[in-house]
Design a binder for this molecule. Structure first.
Ligand SMILES: [Zn+2]
Length: 679
């Protein structure tokens, strides 16, 4: 048997296997193998295809990010118009809709199908002989734009339709022969929503912030912008998701619910909350239930899509304007409301940051009464041009503090007062500074009582000392009673001290003291984090602990020494040095050292100290960034080009000219496996 034939065989098998696992992961949400194992299958496929480029097919999992940057998007006429939905905003409007359609379809017991209305971007996907061929945006409903290459980057979209089993089709109540024939030799059109999960959105914004770039306003616009990228590689970075909700092609289905079932067996991820609902009352119940879960969902939704389940009735009800009569978007209460700014106050946080807060007339936003909204910083106040007395639009999203999105300046009265950012800390009266490149003003007083108190809250919080039962309220009482001045004082508290405070009895006092004592043992990483040093979050604390292994070494490290820690930049290094240079902090550390037990980290041996590494080619089991970080953590250096000073060249697959140069200079070359062994 020749190589090519063998490779072809293997490629087909690999593709089927990868598709099967994609289906298990995205559609059934029941992965059977790890991401790493799946990556390794993809890697083998890519390698074989590299050897036999003619065997690459458009549905190959390697083709997800294969597209070139486009000069513009082609126009695509839709086979059937992509309609929009009429909105209903409350139960009254919903009941009106039921009344209207009942009149048009009398003598019919109406059954509905309810599904989540995801705040995303509608697209149409066309599969020809099972292969994904054209993906387009809604556009004006008649004609959209060809965004096939960008859609291919979304893992939840199959590049080839899954061939359903006969039994699966029978279970849906359809004719297997008809379905399979159309899937294999005809054209199938599917519609659904492209969206970005909340967690991906937050991650992207964290990155933007880190790089000093503007943050995106919401997941919907970010997803839409990503799909309308001319460069598919950029779209791929956005980690978009997709849920299918409509099967346009007639495969014999008579109900909308059957379309959802069919889409699932064809390899699409569908809404797992979607359900058949037997009447208007059931729809309202479903709407209430989803509304309650709304904040917990992984993506933003703004209501339900409610459709008449029977396709014949749906068609009979017809279209009015651009919207079908047989379906509505049953919206949830808005996340925005208007309110009036009664006052603007400034809060001082743990790190001294001054945050302006708008005090509002109570406003109901989606069932929650809001009386305060953050104004973030002085720049934001200027941008909004918000004044005391203004009418503003307030937004609430998830668990975060509500914020002011707009000022309705037309409603401004003559008495509206401009706000001037304080030049002195509102708590301690000391000077306020704004560091270059930072949006925040900080109180520079290291003894500022506001900062101090916030620092104590941080010290006992979950990711720091995690003292259960010791919340902000009790910390306040302890500070006000003079029982706690510094964080070390928590550990000297006795039950009788607590009994002096309001709200404590013997049992609760004993319980809290036991909880404090229990938290005395702490890892070095948590200890560093609990100190609340500016620019030292959980992640940095971890890196510092791993690098130094011991608190003393960290305390006496220079700014340059600190910057050697991977992930620690100049800003953080200076901030750490400043913190440990401050006398009061040194006293605090000394006191804490007497009462708590810091578990030393097994110090990472600096076994690569003085060695310089260069990487080339593709590494299989570790990303290049992770490999570089490992080297730095072990005290080594990483360089980008090979020279006489290079100690090791780590050569992955497809190593290029660097390998030649290393051989020429006599630099030691390591394979990936040898490198891993070394570290
Ligand atoms: Zn202050």
């Amino acid at each position: 048997m020749d190589d090519r034939k063998e490779a072809k065989n293997r490629i087909e098998k690999l593709k089927a296997e990868i598709n099967h696992h994609r289906y298990l992961y995205h559609v059934l949400d029941k992965p059977e193998i790890s991401d790493a194992a799946l990556d390794s299958l993809k890697h083998e496929l890519a390698r074989l295809e590299g050897q036999f480029p003619k065997l690459v097919t458009p549905d190959s999992p390697t083709q997800r990010v294969g597209g070139q940057t486009l000069p513009f998007f082609k126009k695509v006429p839709h086979r059937a118009p992509m309609l929009s939905l009429e909105d209903v905003f409350d139960e009254g409007e919903f009941t009106d809709w039921i009344g209207r359609i009942s009149k048009l379809a009398p003598n019919e017991k109406l059954e509905f199908f309810g599904e989540l209305k995801i705040d995303g971007f509608a697209v149409s996907l066309v599969y020809t002989t099972s292969i994904f061929t054209i993906g387009s945006t809604r556009g004006d409903g008649q004609t959209g734009e060809d965004v096939t290459e960008n859609l291919k980057t979304i893992e939840a979209i199959p590049l080839r339709l899954r061939e359903p089993k006969e039994s699966e089709i029978k279970n849906i109540g359809l004719d297997p022969a008809r379905v399979i024939k159309t899937v294999k030799s005809g054209e199938v059109e599917v519609r659904g929503e492209v969206f970005m999960t909340k967690s991906v959105f937050e991650k992207i914004n964290r990155e933007q912030k880190k790089r000093g770039l503007a943050e995106y306003s919401n997941p919907r616009n970010t997803a839409a912008g990503s799909i309308r990228q001319l460069n598919p590689a950029l779209a791929a970075q956005r980690k978009l998701d997709f849920l299918a909700y409509d099967l346009v092609t007639d495969l014999g289905q008579t109900e909308h619910s059957q379309e959802h079932d069919l889409l699932k067996v064809l390899g699409f991820k569908t809404d797992k909350y979607a359900d058949k609902l037997s009447g208007a009352a059931a729809v309202k119940k479903f709407w209430e239930a989803i509304k309650k879960q709304r904040e917990k969902l992984a993506w933003e939704i703004d209501g339900l899509v409610v459709s008449v389940n029977k396709n014949q009735t749906y068609a009979k009800l017809g279209v009015v304007g651009k919207a079908p009569r047989g379906a509505v978007a049953f919206k949830f209460p808005g996340k925005e409301s208007t309110s009036k700014v009664k006052d603007i106050v400034v809060q001082v946080g743990r790190t001294g940051v001054l945050t302006p807060v708008a005090i509002l007339e109570p406003a109901d936003i989606g069932g929650v009464t809001v009386t305060r909204a953050t104004l973030h910083n002085e720049d934001e106040i200027r941008r909004l041009d918000v004044r005391v007395g203004d009418t503003v639009i307030v937004q609430r999203a998830g668990d975060v503090i509500p914020d002011v999105v707009r000022v309705l300046t037309n409603l401004r009265s003559q008495n509206a007062k401009e706000f001037h950012f304080p030049k002195k800390c509102p708590v301690c009266g000391q000077t306020v500074m704004r560091a270059e490149g930072e949006a925040a003003h900080r109180c520079v007083n290291k003894n500022c009582p506001a900062q101090h108190r916030e620092g104590l809250y941080h010290f006992v919080s979950k990711k720091a000392f995690n003292i259960i039962g010791l919340g902000a309220e009790i910390v306040d009482k302890l500070v006000d009673a003079g029982l706690v001045k510094t964080a070390a004082d928590f550990f000297g508290l006795k039950p009788k001290d607590l009994l002096e405070l309001e709200g404590f009895a013997e049992v609760s006092a004993n319980k809290l003291i036991a909880s404090i004592q229990k938290s005395k043992k702490i890892s070095l990483a948590r200890f560093i984090y609990s100190l609340g040093i500016i620019h030292v979050g959980e992640e940095t604390a971890n890196l510092l602990a791993m690098y130094f292994g011991d608190l003393k070494d960290l305390m006496f490290s220079s700014v340059e020494g600190l910057q050697k820690v991977p992930g620690v930049g100049e800003k953080a290094a200076r901030s750490i040095k400043n913190w440990f240079d401050f006398k009061d902090n040194q006293h605090l550390i000394a006191k804490l050292d007497n009462v708590v037990e810091i578990q030393k980290m097994p110090k990472v041996a600096k076994k690569l100290a003085g060695k310089t590494f260069v990487f080339t080619g593709t590494l299989e089991t570790i990303t290049r960034d992770a490999a570089k970080e490992k080297v730095r953590l072990l005290g080594g250096d990483v360089s980008s080009s090979v020279s006489k000073e290079t100690d090791y060249l780590v050569a992955g697959e497809n190593a290029g000219s660097k390998l030649d140069k290393a051989t020429e200079l006599g630099v030691k070359v390591l394979s990936e496996r040898e490198f891993l062994k070394l570290i």
